[in-house]
Design a protein around this ligand. Structure first.
Ligand SMILES: [Ca+2]
Ligand SMILES: [Ca+2]
Ligand SMILES: [Ca+2]
Length: 302
């Protein structure tokens, strides 16, 4: 299962790889047009949020939502559905980007890899927080793109994509009713780094640890090799009051942003956002999940 909990040492490597060493991936759509994913493997969805099969539902074997994560890998040779998920008539799939994010770039921003003999359309919605959704149109099936530009603001950074099999098409019959999804990829993508609060700060504090500075030094030098905006997001777990957590996440995000400023990242390229406990990436019920939720994320547009 893909994870975005990166070791502090890997972070700068990944970030540098994002604009240098990592291989861009190229695919061809049904018309033979070349589609290049500049950020390679990172461009694709990382986590399954939910899968709700439609009615009629597909066979059990093709109800594994996780098969829509990562790079397109459908070969047509696995009858057990181990490389794609079938939505069923009117069914839906929600995925999340963890090491990248969906942003608006010139032209198409998001590609849905739909497979199988029938070309089946999906209705596409995107969300920053997994709660408020914006409809961005219809992916017509096969390998098709969506431009989120007309539906979003340039500053918005989207983390979630929801695909719903278009219930208006066909009668939903057959063994695999509804759209069959192999992968979901963001072309208009930014790199997202998640830094554990344990690495950056002492418990309940907002002053950077010395060890955090060396990690941020390397990130700063990578940022300076690019030109895009950097958003520093503060997040906490749900222990304590919502107001307290909102404040702590703001102070921590500011501490990281201020440090990046001292390393030469221009003020006009930095934006601070604090979300407190409102955007967890894991359950707060157990300590392991709470630890994942205590974090500062950097969204870096290359
Ligand atoms: Ca990804
Ligand atoms: Ca666009
Ligand atoms: Ca797949």
């Amino acid at each position: 299962m893909p994870t975005h909990r990166l070791s502090p040492l890997l972070v700068p490597l990944l970030l540098m790889g994002a604009h240098a060493a990592s291989e861009p991936l190229t695919f061809r759509d049904s018309r033979g047009n070349k589609i290049v994913f500049p950020h390679g493997r990172a461009s694709f969805a990382d986590a399954l949020v939910s899968y709700r099969p439609g009615s009629p539902a597909p066979g059990k074997a093709t109800q594994q939502g996780k098969t829509a994560l990562g790079v397109p890998d459908y070969t047509g040779q696995h009858a057990d559905g181990s490389d794609y998920v079938c939505l069923g008539h009117g069914g839906s799939l929600t995925v999340r980007f963890d090491d990248n994010a969906l942003v608006d770039v010139k032209g198409p921003d998001l590609y849905v890899f739909e497979i199988g003999p029938d070309v089946e359309a999906t209705l596409v919605e995107i969300s920053e927080d997994g709660r408020k959704w914006i409809s961005v149109g219809r992916a017509a099936g096969s390998l098709s793109s969506v431009d989120i530009g007309p539906h979003s603001k340039p500053s918005q950074v989207f983390r979630f994509v929801r695909l719903t099999d278009d219930p208006k098409q066909g009668d939903g019959g057959g063994t695999w009713p509804g759209a069959d999804i192999d992968a979901v990829g963001a072309i208009g993508s930014a790199i997202r780094l998640s830094l554990s609060s344990e690495v950056l700060f002492e418990f309940d504090r907002a002053e950077l640890k010395p060890a955090a500075k060396s990690v941020l030094d390397r990130i700063a030098s990578s940022i300076l090799k690019n030109r895009g905006m950097v958003t520093v997001e503060g997040h906490t777990d749900n222990q304590g009051t919502a107001t307290y957590n909102a404040n702590l996440s703001r102070k921590r995000a500011e501490a990281v942003a201020n440090y990046l400023l001292t390393r030469g990242v221009p003020k006009e390229r930095l934006k601070v956002a604090s979300y407190g406990e409102t955007r967890p990436v894991a359950s707060n019920d157990a300590e392991a999940g709470r630890q994942r939720n205590r974090r500062v994320e950097l969204v870096i547009r290359l």
